[in-house]
Each structure stands twice: as structure tokens, then as C-alpha cells.
Design a protein around this ligand. Structure first.
Ligand SMILES: NC(=O)c1ccc[n+]([C@@H]2O[C@H](COP(=O)([O-])OP(=O)(O)OC[C@H]3O[C@@H](n4cnc5c(N)ncnc54)[C@H](OP(=O)(O)O)[C@@H]3O)[C@@H](O)[C@H]2O)c1
Length: 310
């Protein structure tokens, strides 16, 4: 099979053997895989890379064969899966995954849309639900609203009934409004320090604002959740979140987990047209290296998806 291998700090396409599933695994014929920050972080750190050298943890495809113990799936099932905890492997014509974490796809959900969901949508869902229960009309501020995680976060927050203020740059203002954000701020023009509003929940998905600003923007029992951003921002948050949480306002750092029941919930919302994955571009498999270059710039409009097989 054709696979994109990352080894010795560079990518190359190779022809390798199709993997063999163990008893509780399935072999998947991969149709689409989306890129996630986890892929390029492993490249940047040059650590934690999958043994196979095959990145790609957000996979949609068809079950090709079953391990001997698998009863929950059948050959031919359309599935989506997050393989972050199990060797990645999505940038190849075939991949393996534990049967127990594969989610069946309704006919209404395309492979392209499905592959955009693992990691990005479940990160958004966990950021919105793990530390606070959103009530109708709660004010939610989403900074970094136009990327993979942000576009899901805006839609999910609206789905939960929140009033959403989204922060993105000029080029994404219209698309973010179309996702349902009630107020869209352009971080190239609008000064967040000048805001007079306060929020029940703040998701810091990108950007590098001081925690003192976020504290000022939180309501008295509000919760701040750091999802992502530059490494320096992450270090500052690691040091300061416990101190800032001593009062009523809480400051949390999300470490999202691969979770098939969260993914299943998202797929149901997509199939019911309650949310729609935002996809910037679908690249053919042989242009995956270019796709990574676009993704690494950090200004994606939603998700970047790779077409592995037609
Ligand atoms: N905590 C976790 O468990 C977890 C899980 C997954 C991802 N993450 C992290 O979450 C972050 C976002 O991931 P992603 O997949 O959404 O990335 P992405 O698709 O590359 O999106 C990045 C987005 O950030 C926006 N952005 C860049 N600079 C900004 C700034 N100064 N202020 C506001 N927005 C800015 C960009 O919008 P513009 O083009 O409009 O600037 C772009 O749309 C990454 O840091 C990733 O590592 C964390």
C-alpha cells in the first residue's frame, strides 16, 4: 500500500505492507484523513512520533477486515475513528484501529465531513463541557474561532444555547459570522483590552493574551479554559492558572482525550445538520506535504482534509 512516512525529519511516500489487525482491531480502507495540530506538534518536537512513521489520527473509511474477536463491526461498515492513542496511521491507504473506538457513520455523513471531526470537534466539545455547564444565553468568548477547533467550538456553543463572541482575523470575519457567532471581533483591529463585556466561559484556542486580561473579561464565577496557542502562552498558563484560580473565577488548561462517545455525539449532530464541519481544502494524497505546509502556518479556515482514496 502507499503510505506517507515521516522519518529522519522528512516525509517520503513509500510502498509498504498492509498492516494486519490483532484480535480486537479492524483493518480500515482509508478514504479521508484530516490534519490536526497533534500531527505537526510531533514533527516540531521530533518526539512521540508513531513507530510506523505514519501520521494522521482522524480517519474515515470502510472496514476491510476484522480481528478474530471483533463482533461489534462488520466488513463494509463505514466508520470514523480517532487513533491519537493508538499509533496514528491515517496517512496511508490502509490503517488499523481498535474496533471498540470506531464510530459507525450514518449514510448522511460523507467521509470528508467525518474525517474532519476526530480530535478538533471533540476538543471543542470537551472545552465547552468539562469545566462548566453552559446554560441558555450564557456569554461565551472564543478566541481563535476560525481554525479546526474554533469552528466546531462556535457551532457547538450556539447549539448549547450560548451567546457567542468569536475572535478571529479579517479574512475570517464573514465565515465566522456565518457559523452563527453573535458578535465577531477582528483581533487585527479590535482591542480586546477595551472590551466592557464579561463572559461566563472563555475558550482561549489561539492567541497570546495575558491571563490578567482574561480575568478582567470573566464574570465573577466565570471559567477560563486554555485550549491552545503558542508554547510561551502554554508555559505562562501552566504557571499562573493555579494562582488565578484561588478566587471564584477558575482558570483551567484542557488536555483533550480521544473519546468515542464524544465523537459519536458529534457525528449525530452532523448527521442531523445541527453542525457542519468547516473544511478549508481537500488535498489529494500526493499533495499531503503541501497540505502540512499550509497547516503549519496556523491560519487554517477550519479543517484541512486529505483524500487518500477515491
Ligand atoms: N488542549 C488540547 O487538548 C488541544 C487539542 C487540540 C488542539 N489544541 C491546540 O489548539 C490550537 C488550535 O488548534 P486548531 O486545530 O484549531 O489549529 P488551526 O486549525 O491551525 O487553527 C488556528 C487558528 O488560530 C487562529 N489564530 C492564529 N493566531 C491567532 C491570534 N493571535 N488570535 C486569535 N486567533 C488566532 C487562526 O485564525 P486567523 O487566520 O484568523 O488568525 C486559525 O484559524 C493549537 O494550538 C493546538 O495545539 C489543543
Amino acid at each position: 500500500m502507499k503510505a506517507l512516512i515521516y522519518k529522519d525529519k522528512s516525509f517520503s511516500f513509500k510502498d509498504i505492507d498492509v498492516p494486519i489487525p490483532t484480535q480486537d482491531e479492524v483493518l480500515i480502507k482509508v478514504y479521508n484523513t484530516s490534519l490536526n495540530a497533534g500531527d505537526y506538534r510531533l514533527i516540531q518536537l521530533n518526539a512521540g512520533l508513531p513507530k510506523s512513521g505514519i501520521l494522521g489520527n482522524a480517519i474515515a473509511g470502510v472496514v476491510e477486515s476484522l480481528g478474530s474477536d471483533v463482533k461489534s463491526l462488520n466488513v463494509g461498515d463505514r466508520i470514523v475513528v480517532d487513533t491519537s492513542d493508538a499509533g496514528f496511521g491515517g496517512l496511508a491507504e490502509y490503517a488499523i484501529a481498535k474496533a471498540s473506538v470506531c464510530v459507525n457513520l450514518p449514510d448522511a455523513v460523507t467521509f470528508i465531513d467525518a474525517s474532519a471531526c476526530p480530535v478538533a470537534s471533540t476538543t471543542a466539545l470537551q472545552a465547552l463541557t468539562l469545566f462548566k455547564t453552559i446554560k441558555q444565553k450564557d456569554e461565551v468568548l472564543i478566541v481563535g474561532a476560525s481554525g479546526g477547533v474554533g469552528t466546531f467550538a462556535v457551532q457547538l456553543a450556539k447549539h448549547f444555547g450560548a451567546q457567542v463572541t468569536a475572535v478571529c482575523s479579517t479574512q475570517n470575519v464573514d465565515s465566522t459570522r456565518q457559523l452563527g457567532a453573535d458578535v465577531v471581533l477582528n483581533y487585527k483591529k479590535d482591542d480586546l483590552h477595551a472590551l466592557n463585556e464579561t463572559y461566563d466561559l472563555i475558550l482561549a484556542i489561539n492567541g497570546a493574551y495575558p491571563l490578567s486580561l482574561y480575568r478582567k473579561l470573566l464574570k465573577k464565577d466565570g471559567v477560563y479554559v486554555m485550549v491552545g496557542g503558542p508554547i510561551k502562552q502554554f508555559i505562562m498558563n501552566m504557571l499562573l492558572c493555579p494562582v488565578y484560580s484561588l478566587g471564584k473565577k477558575k482558570f483551567r488548561i484542557l488536555n483533550s482525550k480521544s473519546n468515542s462517545s464524544d465523537l459519536s455525539q458529534i457525528i449525530e449532530l452532523v448527521s442531523e445538520h445541527k453542525i457542519k464541519p468547516s473544511i478549508e481544502l481537500v488535498y489529494p494524497f500526493n499533495e499531503t506535504i503541501e497540505a502540512f505546509k499550509t497547516f503549519e502556518k496556523g491560519h487554517s479556515k477550519g479543517k484541512i482534509v486529505i483524500q487518500i482514496q477515491e
